[in-house]
Design a protein around this ligand. Structure first.
Ligand code: SPV
Ligand code: MG
Length: 542
């Protein structure tokens, strides 16, 4: 039976296409996926990069089966063809036969073998001292590979190292011609010079018996039109994903070590949600819906009905939650933050210019009396969305990711986030100062602290406040019952329309309910003034 692999077909088409094509290095499942996501039509499974990710030398120290195991993850993660840098074929003609069969079984589209001796050394290490394979022995290896493949489209690329080893142009051309005649589907002509001259000269003298492949690692500044004009078929960018990740990992590990904290790093690195996306977590969630009972999830309620009067003309056509910071509305940033923490059921309570709330995948509840009512009235507009696990926030907040994560991890029926750095922050707008039953002891994590009361505006009490409420709270089953009861009680009082969330919290405390305080120290802000917008720009990095 003939085995046909669409990926091999794609690689063959790239080699034979009249266009100049490009493939980029990858060395594991995730890098392969990212190369494909960037738009590349193919992947170079580089020997250098694969050995680097194992942290061994590019001298066949990793066994060929270890390489093939990794290739399977790469192939499973992608739909584009993978060309393996198969070094010397890991042995003689017989090893080559087995290699080709195993590669086909793992969905690999082709293999490139080089005319050196096993164990090989990277072309850029002492290249002139490297011995080349005997031409007829190498041709036998190519023939053995071609005879072993079941898929007629599987590609064998023969790599000529004569220029690397300093054997000259004639030798390179002689070898390429022999390898082509032995059945190679393409010739990779390699050079270690910083200019493309010898590659161009090779291409000029080449009779076109099969397509040419190059690896411009050393002559990287050459414009690709030069290759196009020279009739090259395929360019391999051979090691740039591993080099990029080594640099990123060096920087991140150093920063975390020096800071003894993740806070400065968190927003500079890929968020965990994006990692889940790359892994295909959505598919697993859908499968769980099909095969498992659904577990309940935390939901979010966002108060975004107000205009933000201190922002003047900036909020002429939108509520302040839709103000853009670095091109992205505050509300969108909040929604992204919730999604990062798998909070996907998000309800926004809109009012002023509600038609401009163009943030996707959120439910909207409308407070159409936003002009004459306060926050509590807005919250009551979303009563039908109350659940036994919810986060309630103002719509103008920016905060570091860990704050929401810690809030979600925190025990308590009603938990509010209070910033104990009251003196240190430049603040504007309405200030919700919190007095708690004990001050923040920064040597303790997740201390047992309860709210005593919150005051809006400048504190007049002689006792310094314990902190400033950020406008974020978490409510669980029992807390939801307290909250609904409190709303009913307050609704029957005169002046309900003007009440705020602090009024609600004070009412709860007066009724003997425990409102747990989760202390933080900065790393957040809300936008109440034009100055706050500048601070918000500084605060964000994307
Ligand atoms: C590799 O990527 O492992 C290669 C190309 O063989 S090079 O390192 O340029 O020789
Ligand atoms: Mg290599």
């Amino acid at each position: 039976m003939t085995l046909r692999n669409n990926k091999s077909r794609q690689l063959r088409d790239m080699l034979n296409s009249p266009e100049l094509e490009f493939i980029l290095e990858a060395h594991n499942g995730i890098s392969a996926k990212l190369v494909q996501q960037a738009g590349f039509k193919g992947i170079w499974a580089s020997g250098l990069a694969l050995s680097t990710q194992f942290c061994v030398r590019d001298s066949n120290e990793a066994s060929w089966t270890q390489v093939v195991d990794m290739l399977e993850f790469m192939s499973d993660a992608t739909e584009v063809p993978i060309l393996l840098d198969g070094d010397t074929g890991y042995g003689n003609f017989n090893n080559m036969r087995r290699l080709v069969r195993k590669l086909e079984q793992r969905g690999i589209a082709g293999v490139c073998i080089e005319d050196k001796e096993f164990p090989k050394t990277n072309s850029f290490i002492g290249s002139e001292k490297q011995a080349l394979a005997d031409i007829s022995e190498f041709c036998g290896k190519i023939r053995a590979g071609k005879d072993s493949q079941q898929d007629p489209d599987f590609c064998i690329v023969a790599r000529v190292e004569a220029l690397i080893a300093g054997w000259g142009m004639d030798e390179a051309l002689k070898r390429a011609t022999a390898y082509c005649a032995a059945g190679a589907d393409a010739i990779l002509i390699h050079s270690r010079q910083s200019r493309p001259d010898e590659i161009i000269e090779f291409a000029r003298q080449w009779d076109g018996a099969c397509p040419l492949v190059i690896v411009p690692t050393k002559y990287y500044s050459t414009p690709v039109d030069v290759f196009r004009k020279a009739g090259i078929s395929l360019v391999i960018w051979a090691n740039h994903m591993i080099r990029a990740s080594v640099r990123a990992m060096e920087n991140t590990s150093r920063e975390i070590f020096e800071q003894q904290s993740l806070v400065d790093v968190e927003d500079l690195i890929t968020d965990v949600d994006s990692i889940f996306q790359l892994q295909g977590a959505d598919e697993l969630l859908r499968a769980q819906e099909r095969y498992l009972d659904n577990a309940s999830e935390c939901q979010a309620l966002v108060l975004a009905a107000s205009r933000g009067n201190n922002l003047y003309e900036l909020t002429e056509d939108r509520p302040k939650a839709m103000l853009k910071i670095r091109g992205k509305p505050l509300l969108q940033r909040l929604v992204d933050e919730f999604k990062k923490h798998a909070i996907n059921d998000i309800t926004v309570i809109a009012g002023y210019k509600s038609e401009s709330l163009t943030v996707g995948s959120v439910d909207i509840r409308l407070n159409d009396r936003y002009e004459s009512t306060g926050e509590l009235y807005s919250l009551a507009c979303a009563r039908d969305k109350f659940t036994d696990d919810m986060v309630i926030t103002y719509g103008d907040l920016l905060f570091r990711s860990y704050i929401l994560q810690d809030l979600l991890d925190r025990d308590g029926e009603i938990v509010i986030v209070v910033d104990s750095l009251v003196d240190d922050v430049e603040i504007s707008g309405t200030l919700d100062y919190a007095w708690c039953d004990r001050p923040d002891d920064r040597s303790l994590f997740m201390q047992e602290v309860s709210l005593e009361h919150i005051t809006e505006g400048k504190p007049v009490e002689p006792v310094k406040p314990s902190g400033r409420w950020t406008g974020m709270m978490r409510v669980r089953t029992q807390g939801r019952q307290w909250l609904e009861q409190a709303l009913e009680e307050l609704e029957n009082q005169a002046g309900f329309d003007q009440l705020t969330l602090p009024d609600l919290l004070n009412h709860l405390v007066r009724r003997g309910r425990t409102v747990t305080v989760h202390y933080i120290n900065g790393h957040w802000l809300d936008v109440n003034s034009v100055n706050d917008i500048d601070r918000a720009v500084d605060f964000t990095s994307d």
